[in-house]
Design a protein around this ligand. Structure first.
Ligand SMILES: [Ca+2]
Ligand SMILES: [Ca+2]
Length: 448
């Protein structure tokens, strides 16, 4: 029956030849695809969900707001003379963002499209409203900006089209209100809502208010001793706080909190990191970027650090020697990491290869190694050709992993042949219809 010459590779079973491919190793640091300069001085970067970032900084033409794409290129920039000196995180919603500006001494909120066009501009007429800091989009479509009115902490709520606003005082609880001193941080959460951080009047403490998706105060939690820190929400609705005490910023720790604000665990990090940024990842691990102290002479490099869900380090990668200011890290849609380094004259963008765990899944038919939409004799032939004859790799390795055991090897070709011709074991899903892998893991399917 073995008339096709390629079937001769089956002889290799008896010769004991055994090839296998498990896909990329998540415990190995990814390579750096490119790095390039960005013509922005002393910028702040705000990653965008769809990839790239908004950068706010200086050029030779003055203060600008710029859109940086996933390739690290400035795709547009526009003059932003009235932008506040410490601009808040642009509040993103679909294809637009909002930022507060000062125009002739008066506060305006401007909504821009991702192309940099002004969608609407709303003057905030109440002259007592000052310094909106951070903001998020509520479930009603409105925008909440944290700020102050006559020394009282408020949330300023703008309607979705910017035509009206209302002021909510954060004084529902006298106990909370007494401790409010200054809103310094508002972190939108992936599951909706936000965490609002305020500094206590007594100084030296902070507290968090959890805002629900509609903008109401859901709970507030234990005052923290003030420190350098960042907090981010995870995909599962938990929170991770990265922290370094002001007294010793080389002492870095990670804490994870449940969705009700209760501490789950806190652990010192065994790497000293300054000026870190981090993002929770789809697998509940973290990607951190920061200036890490290296070696006995304690010089610092900008490093990328990948952890698992328990905060254990999977890999570390030095991405820029000699340190630098405020690296921002974000996850691109393809699962790669975009790192933006704030520079005094020129800033730096660099991007890694995709993280194997974070690459978006692609639909496939298990067993369809050659990707032609049918499972037939040509598929084990393609798999064997790849394993033993140097033919091109299947576009979707998971499709070639017919027995769903985590790697592509000769047993997959055998499984397909047995199924097709001798009534062997069925092919695990997705089969016979196209679908995503119900048992995700190596080798994965990221293209067809
Ligand atoms: Ca096929
Ligand atoms: Ca297999």
């Amino acid at each position: 029956m073995c008339t096709n010459g390629r079937w001769s590779v089956l002889v290799m079973i008896s010769l004991g030849v055994w090839g296998g491919l498990k896909g990329d190793d998540p415990y190995q640091p990814p390579g750096i695809l490119w790095e390039r300069g960005i013509d922005l001085q002393r910028p702040r970067f705000f990653p965008l969900d769809g990839g790239g970032a908004i950068g706010v900084g200086f050029t030779v033409d003055g203060y600008v707001i710029a859109r940086i794409d996933s390739a690290g290129e400035i795709v547009w920039s526009r003059s932003a003379p009235g932008l506040l000196p410490h601009p808040p995180n642009p509040t993103l919603s679909g294809n637009q963002f909002v930022l507060p500006f000062k125009v002739a001494g008066k506060l305006h909120v401007v909504s821009m499209s991702a192309e940099g066009n002004t969608l609407w501009e709303k003057p905030i007429l109440d002259p007592s409203i000052a310094f909106p800091t951070w903001a998020f989009r509520t479930s009603r479509g409105s925008f909440l900006l944290a700020g102050q009115v006559e020394s009282k902490e408020v949330l300023l709520e703008l309607s979705a089209d910017g035509t009206s606003y209302t002021v909510h005082y954060l004084q529902s609880s006298p106990e909370i209100y007494d401790e409010l001193y200054g809103v310094q941080y508002l972190e939108p959460l992936p599951a909706g809502g936000a965490l609002l951080n305020v500094v206590g009047q007594a100084g030296g403490i902070e507290r968090w208010l959890k805002l629900d998706p509609a903008g109401g105060v859901e709970w507030d939690i234990y005052p923290f001793k003030r420190s350098w820190y960042k907090v981010r929400g995870t995909m599962l609705g938990e929170f991770v706080r990265a922290e370094a005490p002001f007294s010793n910023q080389n002492s870095f720790s990670l804490s994870r909190f449940a969705s009700d604000g209760k501490l789950r665990y806190s652990k010192p990090f065994d790497v000293s990191i300054n000026g870190a940024d981090f993002r929770p990842l789809r697998d509940e691990g973290l990607i951190l970027s920061g200036s890490a102290l290296i070696g006995a002479d304690s010089h610092s490099d900008i490093q990328l650090i990948r952890t698992d869900a328990r905060g254990e380090i999977l890999w570390r990668l030095s991405v820029w020697p000699g340190g630098g200011g405020g690296p921002t890290v974000s996850v691109e849609p393809d699962g790669s990491f975009l790192v933006l380094l704030e520079g005094v004259s020129t800033s730096i963008a660099l991007r890694t290869e995709p993280d194997p765990v974070l690459r978006p899944a692609v639909s496939f038919i298990r067993g369809d190694a050659n990707g032609d939409g049918a499972v037939d004799i040509a598929d084990p032939v393609a798999t064997l050709g790849f394993l033993f004859l140097g033919d091109a790799a299947p576009g979707c390795l998971e499709a070639a992993n017919t027995n769903d055991d985590g790697e592509v090897d000769i047993s997959d070709a055998v499984h397909t042949l047995n199924y097709l011709f001798v009534g062997g074991a069925p092919i695990p899903p997705p089969f016979p219809e196209k679908g995503t892998d119900p048992t995700p893991g190596a080798p994965g399917c990221f293209s067809t």
